[in-house]
Design a binder for this molecule. Structure first.
Ligand SMILES: [Mn+2]
Length: 402
C-alpha cells in the first residue's frame, strides 16, 4: 500500500517529486523518470485483470474529469476490466452537458433512490480521477461498502491522507487529461483513427486539457505535447460544437449579480451572489472566470449559497480564478478557510484555480421568512469576506499577493 500524507499544514504538503512514489509491494521494480507512473499503472491493470471497477469523479465533474475517466475506461477495457463512471452531483455547465451528449461519454449520475443504485458488491475496487475523494460524496459510500481504493490519478495539490495501491498525483501537470494522454501515447492503449469511440474520446480529452489550461494559455510543456498527440486523433468539428453551447439565462443572471456585487481591492475582485439552485452551481466558476478578465484584476473569487432540494442540504460554494503566477490557489484557500473539526480542508486547488465548499449545517433551509434568509446570507457573506480580505490586505497580509 502507498500512503500519501499532506500533513495539517498546507505549507508542508509533500512536494511533487515525492508524490509519484514507488510501490513497495511492486512485483517488478518500477522504472524511474516519466515512465514510472506508466509502468505502475500497467502493472496494476495487469494485477486486476477481468475485474469490475468503479470510477468516481468530483460531484460536479468538469471536462477534464469526464474525459480522463473515459480514457481510463477505454484503457482498462484492454485488460478486460469493466468500469462504471459515476458522479454524485449534476452536470450543470452547458459545455459539460454538450460534451457528454455529443460524444456519448459514458458517465452517469449516482442514482438518489437506493433501489436504482448499482450493487456495490460487484465491484472489486474503485479509482479516483481528477479528485482525491474530498470533492465526492461517493467517497463515503464506497468506504462504507469497504471497496478498496486501487488507483488515484489527479493533478490537484495533495488534499490529505490517502491509501491506494498506486497514486499518480502530479500537481505540476495542468490537466488530468494530460496524464491520461501520456498513458495513451506511451502505449497503454493505441488509438485508432478509424474507431469513432477513440476519436470522440480524443476530442473529449482535448476539450478537458484546454478547459483546465485556459485554452492552453496556462499550459506547460507536457500539456502542449499531449495536445499535439491528441491533434492526430480528435474531431475539430465536434469540439467546436461542444464549445458553442450557449450560456443559460440563469447563468447570465449569476454573472450579472457577481458584476454588480463585486468589490475590488489590491487587484483582487470578490463577489457574493446570494442563493442559487443546485443545478446552477456551475455559474459560480463561470462568474469567477468572467470577473478575472477585468483590467487590473489578477484574481477573482465568487461564492454563493447553493441549496440541494433533493437532500435538503445547503452549502456555500466558491471558486477562485487567478492569472497571477506567484499566487498558489491551493495555499490561498487552505489558509483562508482552514479545516473543519475532522481536519478536512474546506477547499483547495490546482494551478490558476481553486474552490471551496462550506456546509451551512444547522442554519440550512430556506423559509417563507425572507428576513431570515437575508440575515443568513449577510452572516456568511461577511464571514467569507473577512477571511478573504485578511489575506489580501497588505497591512495584515499573511500571503503576499504583490
Ligand atoms: Mn482537472
Amino acid at each position: 500500500m502507498m500512503t500519501l500524507n499532506a500533513g495539517p499544514d498546507p505549507k508542508s504538503a509533500a512536494p511533487a517529486s515525492t508524490t509519484n512514489g514507488t510501490k513497495n509491494s511492486a512485483k517488478k521494480p518500477v522504472k524511474s523518470g516519466a515512465d514510472a507512473p506508466l509502468e505502475a499503472v500497467r502493472q496494476l491493470l495487469d494485477n486486476h485483470r477481468s475485474e469490475r471497477q468503479l470510477v468516481l469523479l468530483q460531484d460536479f465533474p468538469d471536462p477534464d474529469a469526464l474525459s480522463s475517466a473515459w480514457a481510463y475506461k477505454l484503457i482498462a477495457a484492454a485488460y478486460d476490466i469493466e468500469c462504471d463512471i459515476f458522479y454524485a452531483g449534476t452536470l450543470s455547465h452547458q459545455e459539460n452537458i454538450a460534451l457528454v451528449r455529443l460524444t456519448g461519454l459514458p458517465a452517469r449520475r449516482w442514482p438518489t433512490a437506493a433501489s436504482d443504485q448499482p450493487d456495490l458488491s460487484t465491484y472489486q475496487g474503485y479509482v479516483l480521477i481528477d479528485t482525491q475523494g474530498t470533492t465526492s460524496q461517493l467517497s463515503a459510500v464506497v468506504k462504507k461498502a469497504q471497496i478498496p481504493l486501487l488507483l488515484v490519478i489527479d493533478h490537484h495539490s495533495p488534499q490529505g491522507k490517502l491509501q491506494a495501491e498506486y497514486i499518480d498525483l502530479r500537481p505540476d501537470i495542468r490537466a488530468t487529461a494530460t496524464i491520461l494522454t501520456q498513458y495513451l501515447q506511451r502505449g497503454l492503449l493505441t488509438l485508432d483513427r478509424s474507431n469513432t469511440k477513440h476519436t470522440k474520446c480524443a476530442t473529449a480529452l482535448m476539450h478537458g486539457l484546454r478547459a483546465d489550461t485556459n485554452q492552453l494559455m496556462h499550459a506547460a510543456e507536457d500539456d502542449f505535447m499531449a495536445a499535439a498527440y491528441l491533434s492526430q486523433f480528435y474531431d475539430g468539428q465536434l469540439l467546436s460544437a461542444v464549445l458553442q453551447a450557449a450560456r443559460s439565462k440563469r447563468v447570465m443572471d449569476v454573472i450579472e449579480r457577481s458584476l454588480r456585487n463585486r468589490k475590488v481591492q489590491n487587484n483582487v475582485s470578490i463577489a457574493g451572489v446570494g442563493y442559487l439552485r443546485y443545478d446552477d452551481r456551475d455559474a459560480i466558476p463561470q462568474a469567477a472566470d468572467f470577473l478575472a478578465t477585468e483590467e487590473n484584476v489578477h484574481t477573482a473569487v465568487v461564492y454563493g449559497i447553493v441549496h440541494d432540494e433533493d437532500q435538503e442540504r445547503e452549502v456555500v460554494i466558491g471558486s477562485l480564478r487567478t492569472s497571477k503566477i506567484t499566487l498558489d490557489p491551493d495555499e490561498f484557500i487552505k489558509e483562508a478557510f482552514g479545516q473543519d473539526n475532522q481536519g478536512r480542508f474546506f477547499g483547495g486547488g490546482r494551478s490558476m484555480a481553486g474552490g471551496f465548499e462550506i456546509p451551512v449545517g444547522f442554519l440550512s433551509g430556506s423559509y417563507e421568512n425572507t428576513e431570515y434568509n437575508r440575515i443568513k446570507w449577510d452572516v456568511f457573506d461577511i464571514q467569507i469576506k473577512q477571511k478573504l480580505w485578511r489575506l489580501v490586505d497588505p497591512e495584515e497580509g499573511m500571503i503576499n499577493t504583490d
